[in-house]
Design a protein. Structure first.
Length: 150
């Protein structure tokens, strides 16, 4: 894909709709962990706060300052992250990377809504922004588990 028309197609109505409806945009007052990730090429940032209990996310908040693709990704993650384990977050993260870099399979449910971002595989400079929400969530989960074990 190349050219202005292809870029316009990338920002489909579904991606723009997801970007406009990001859930859990309130930061948590006392999170177990908080992580801010930044995509170096475009400057997009996502900050994730979470609480965990019994190996699952019980509360989640995010502050998303990203392009529409990063916002759409954060929307799908935010809508599905409560109740998930670290292994589920890691599996979704790995699958999203593979989908973008190698045209691999869609991330497993409940993160299969990330399929809408498959056209972005042709735009490598957008991958980091798309991965921010899951990367920050995974890192925050690890930090929260360490804090609970300390």
């Amino acid at each position: 894909m190349s050219g202005e028309n292809d870029l316009i197609k990338l920002y489909s109505g579904q991606i723009l709709q997801l970007a406009a409806m990001i859930p859990h945009t309130d930061r948590l007052v006392e999170p177990d962990a908080s992580v801010k990730k930044r995509a170096p090429l475009c400057g997009s940032t996502v900050t994730v706060d979470l609480k965990i209990q019994d190996g699952r996310i019980t509360e989640f908040g995010q502050d998303v300052k990203a392009c529409a693709l990063g916002q759409a990704s954060a929307s799908v993650v935010g809508a599905n992250v409560i109740g998930r384990s670290r292994a589920e977050i890691d599996a979704a993260r790995a699958a999203l990377k593979t989908m973008l870099k190698e045209d691999g399979p869609t991330p497993p449910a409940p993160f299969d809504g990330l399929e809408v971002l498959r056209p972005a595989r042709e735009y490598k400079n957008r991958h980091a922004s798309i991965l921010l929400a899951l990367d920050a969530t995974f890192e925050a989960f690890e930090q929260a588990e360490q804090a609970h074990c300390a």
